[in-house]
Design a protein around this ligand. Structure first.
Ligand code: EPZ
Length: 418
């Protein structure tokens, strides 16, 4: 197991480039299955999750060529219709591949992706939506077998604006007969990126980015190239890392409007922010002010920013109240922050953070992707040395994190595990 070793207390300053979006790359990589030709993707972040997804594409029979951020997928000879259990369990979001395989072949077999450290992560909304599209679903010994003669467009109202379910409905209905209308669809920017990519291939998707999406079935897609959008959660994470050290940073290659709720909260916490269309400049105060956060579906404050933001607030002046409304178990990292002196009480989905003067470095364990990033925030701000173990979680979602932080003056290195 690898660890980060961080010597904290250094004020971070400088300029960095934000990488391509993990949560746009995964459904867009899945969408390459729909086109029985070649799709070229650019700005794909080189992280564990995109690597696993490419492995699964190869398992299915795709030819995948990769050079740095460019990934070329030829799906002409896809032969398999099932996602193997060991690959399903490596990453939750593999369930998105099911929608793409279904969309092209009208059959797919996969196993329950299983929960993870932030919650049960059920897929009931995905399965109910597939049934509405005329797909028969049989569950047998932990496997889910989906099959139909043809996918028929339908009206689907989601109980909850699930990102994954919205993406899966789009992927499964690109070639459907007739129209599919999703109401209460998720509005996250990554869904708009998926729709933009599919429309460039020749799909007919209207309303992505709003809560009403219409997909009109088409017959054929064409070979295209597409540039993945920047990662809004990586951008927000860097702003919190720098703000926690009282520093200043210019982020390039960011879509500023995608993280406006985070910028508003950073300004409330006392940061000075200058916004351009594709760049953000942040200057932190000597002492941050406490703020209250409630996570909501987009365009509300993103749940993926809750952990890193909460970590920054442990050294703010005053008491902050965080309410996590999306996942039922996204506070595990707070136990690790307590080892560094943070004053936190948890009551159900509410975390109360009483700001202290300074955190103290300690040995802590990453519990999940964003929880691990939260420990990096704390280690950068803390006095002394912090060792963060299980950083494989963090490497899932942040491309070259230690390299980018060293560019801002951080003292961070990777220690190979025992
Ligand atoms: C996507 O996960 C993201 N992952 C998550 O980012 C993000 O936190 C989440 O959307 C919310 O924005 C990817 O895009 C790969 P959901 P997803 O379906 O699709 C419940 C990160 O750190 N639900 O919107 O799994 C679910 O349990 C990751 O980058 C059902 O009940 O999220 C959760 O409480 C973490 N039934 C809520 O909805 C379902 O069928 C939101 O889940 C599906 C979801």
């Amino acid at each position: 197991m690898q660890s980060y070793i961080i010597e904290g207390g250094k004020r971070l300053e400088g300029e960095i480039e934000v990488s391509g979006s993990k949560n746009a790359s995964l459904p867009i990589l899945a969408s390459t299955i729909l086109n029985p030709g070649t799709t070229k993707l650019y700005n794909v972040p080189e992280i564990r999750d995109t690597k696993i997804t490419q492995e699964i594409l190869k398992f299915l029979g795709c030819k995948v060529k990769k050079h740095k951020g460019k990934v070329e997928v030829n799906s002409k000879d896809v032969t398999k219709r099932e996602i193997p259990e060991h690959l399903m369990h490596q990453m939750r979001s593999t369930v998105i591949l099911a929608g793409a395989i279904l969309g092209r072949f009208k059959e797919v077999t996969f196993s329950y992706p299983g929960g993870c450290d932030i919650g049960a992560r059920p897929i009931d909304l995905h399965l109910k939506s597939f049934e509405k599209l005329g797909i028969n679903i049989i569950e047998n010994a932990g496997f889910i077998i989906c099959k139909c003669d043809k996918i028929i467009g339908a009206n689907i109202d989601l109980d909850f604006p699930s990102v994954g379910a919205t993406e899966n409905i789009i992927l499964a209905s690109v070639y459907a007969e007739g129209e599919t209308n999703i109401t209460n669809a998720a509005m996250e920017p990554e869904i708009l990126d998926l729709a933009n990519c599919l429309n460039k291939m020749g799909a007919k998707i209207e309303g992505a980015g709003t809560s009403n999406i219409k997909i009109t079935g088409i017959k054929k897609l064409k070979d295209i190239s597409y540039n993945i959008m920047p990662d809004r959660i990586e951008a927000g994470s860097f702003l919190c890392m720098v703000a926690a050290t009282g520093g200043k940073v210019k982020l390039n290659n960011v879509i500023t409007e995608n993280i406006s709720p985070v910028l508003t909260k950073l300004e409330e916490a006392g940061c000075r922010i200058e916004k351009e269309k594709n760049s953000i400049y942040l200057e932190a105060p000597k002492k941050l002010k406490a703020v209250d956060i409630k996570t909501m579906p987009y365009p509300g404050f993103p749940t993926d920013m809750q952990s890193v933001f909460a970590s920054m607030l442990t050294i703010a002046k005053g008491t902050s109240v965080i309410v996590e409304n999306i996942f039922e178990n996204r506070y595990k990292f707070l136990t690790e922050l307590r080892k560094m002196g943070a004053k936190i009480t948890i009551e159900g989905k509410t975390a109360i953070i009483k700001g202290i003067r300074k955190l103290t470095g300690a040995k802590v364990v990453s519990t999940d992707l964003r929880g691990g990033a939260a420990l990096v925030v704390a280690g950068l701000a803390a006095k002394g040395k912090t060792e963060i173990t299980n950083i494989e979680y963090i490497l899932r979602g942040y491309e070259g994190l230690d390299k980018k932080l060293r560019k801002l003056g951080a003292s961070i290195s990777i220690k190979e595990g025992e």
